[in-house]
Design a protein around this ligand. Structure first.
Ligand SMILES: Cc1cc2nc3c(=O)[nH]c(=O)nc-3n(C[C@H](O)[C@H](O)[C@H](O)COP(=O)(O)O)c2cc1C
Length: 184
């Protein structure tokens, strides 16, 4: 799929078909996340592919979002903080979040290309997710992604205008300075 198309078509899905996706397709999406940039090329992100129905129900409860339990697979994204924090100290905390975001965006675009659907779940009770997935204390849980086929009707997307996010030369300057003309 063309990159622009994948970027523009990607959307969150909260209603899924019963049909289970092929887990190998999900692994391909996780594989795309390997190519995300990481500070010092130290890869901090880990993925857990969850199939067990009871565990998926625990995740839906931990997030208080029952639509998660409609899916046959959930992907949990974690960060192993040790190396990045050892190398970069306090600043490493920010790097870990940026790196997780970069890896997740690759994953999401590949989900789109594969004709799959998901929703980024950032709200959950951390210790309940950690308990359900046996995640050790030094590992952060970043987000969870129920993966399936969309059963939603596509609505036109409301997206922010470029005007509202772009400045030139300094913060809040909305216009680009005209180029200097040469005097002869
Ligand atoms: C960090 C983050 C956390 C989010 N957490 C949730 C969540 O807990 N539940 C949910 O339904 N959607 C969640 N979303 C999805 C957003 O609501 C969604 O991306 C946004 O409304 C834009 O819609 P789109 O993904 O279709 O473009 C989250 C998205 C991000 C980036």
């Amino acid at each position: 799929m063309e990159l622009d198309k994948a970027i523009q078509k990607r959307h969150s899905t909260r209603k899924f078909k019963q049909k289970a996706p092929d887990w190998k397709d999900i692994i391909e999406c996780i594989n795309s996340a390997r190519f995300a940039p990481m500070a010092g090329n130290n890869y901090s992100v880990k993925f857990i592919l969850i199939k067990d129905k009871e565990t998926i129900q625990k995740l839906a409860d931990a997030a208080q979002q029952q639509f998660i339990a409609q899916t046959s697979y959930v992907v949990a994204v974690c960060s192993n903080t040790t190396r990045t924090l050892n190398l970069y100290g306090e600043r490493g905390k920010s790097y870990l979040k940026q790196q997780a975001g970069a890896a997740v965006q690759n994953f999401l675009l590949k989900i789109e290309e594969k004709g799959l659907a998901t929703c980024w779940i950032g709200y959950f009770v951390d210790y309940l997710v950690k308990e359900a997935l046996k995640i050790p204390p030094e590992i952060n849980i970043e987000a969870i992604f129920p993966v399936g086929y969309s059963a939603e009707k596509l609505k036109p997307k409301r997206k922010i205008d470029l005007d509202n996010i772009l400045y030139f030369d300094k913060y809040n300057q909305k216009k680009m300075k005209p180029p200097k003309t040469l005097e002869v």
